[in-house]
Design a protein around this ligand. Sequence first.
Ligand code: PLP
Length: 400
Amino acid sequence: MNREDFIILDQKIYDRHLVYFDNAATTQKPEVVLNAMSDYYRTINSNIHRGAHYLSQRATDRFEQARQRIQAFINAVYSHEVIFTRGTTESINLVASSFGKAFLFPGDEVIISGMEHHSNIVPWQLICEEKGAKIKVIPFDERGALDVEKFEPLITDKTKIVAITHVSNSLGTINPVKQIIDIAHSHGIPVMLDGAQAISHIRVDVQALDCDFYCFSGHKMYGPMGIGVMYGKEKWLEKMPPYQGGGEMIKTVTLEKSTYADLPFKFEAGTPSVGDVIGLEKAIEYIENIGLAKIAAYEEELLRYGVEKLSEIEDLDFVGTAPHKAAIISFNLKGIHPYDAGVIIDRIGVAVRTGHHCTQPVMDIFCIPGTIRASFALYNEKSEIDRLVEAVRKVKTMFK
Ligand code: PLP
């Protein structure tokens, strides 16, 4: 649907029409997003918050209006609970570092899951190392479904935070995050969700979920690269120290001591990426105009079709077959390294991702070097899945 909004898709790669199935890595951007950003730079580009002049005020208004749209999109109580970052990775680093500084002590525990992206493992390892805390892991089963039964027994009076992914980027699993949050909250423990793979596919209502933090990237939801969001409940953000120091985030500065600005600015040091924030706002407007429910239903249809067609291929093993899945299909071909397969598939003009997808622990559990991953977005079509199937069959023929 709406394919014509994405001009980049209208090109040939190696003499074949481009099929873009690397959407979990980054989505393409519709014209309205590109135009909004270029309009910003052409008409009101200016540094925000500090200037009394016309352009600066216009840019500031647009920037804060974007924050409000994001607040509404995720249903946050306050717009100052929406903190702009460079992306999910920076958002998670912010939570780990700042929450960790305030609340982690030697012997404390952080719970993550076994299917986390490296972005939701390494920041916790860094802070746990610094604070003498340790990480515990919720396992998943052979289908890639989280073993929720094993979650509650991991909790002790030393557990300070749970940080898990809403949707797995390598397995496609949609995790039962509400259940995890309810269990964690019954023990008084806050929960951070990595929403990188969920935000453009699932309606996220942070109040209904009651999550304490929610992190996502603009570039995975038809918006620009270099912009993301860390949502945090006011009650936590008030108690957490700044993540970075610099301009914008202060109230007063002397050479001896500084005091910090109120939320959200306390967490937004330096000049923000205003053009990208405006692009992200447009991307959200674009998604809302189509309707997330419609997008989700369409992607589900693509997922079903993709699984059905790929299942017809002999010696193809799916990696990640949980009952609740987003439109991500990971698979391997018996006896063929995913990288080798990826090179041939690319030559047929189909962009898939091969490798460990920044989830090496997941690959270790399945004892595989990586997978071939096709991930769908609203502009993909069933005929493109047929092209993928054709490409996979070609790989098999070549390796026979
Ligand atoms: N978390 C998940 C589940 C992801 O899929 C990704 C990116 O692929 C990230 C975190 C990191 O996102 P970014 O690179 O935009 O910071």
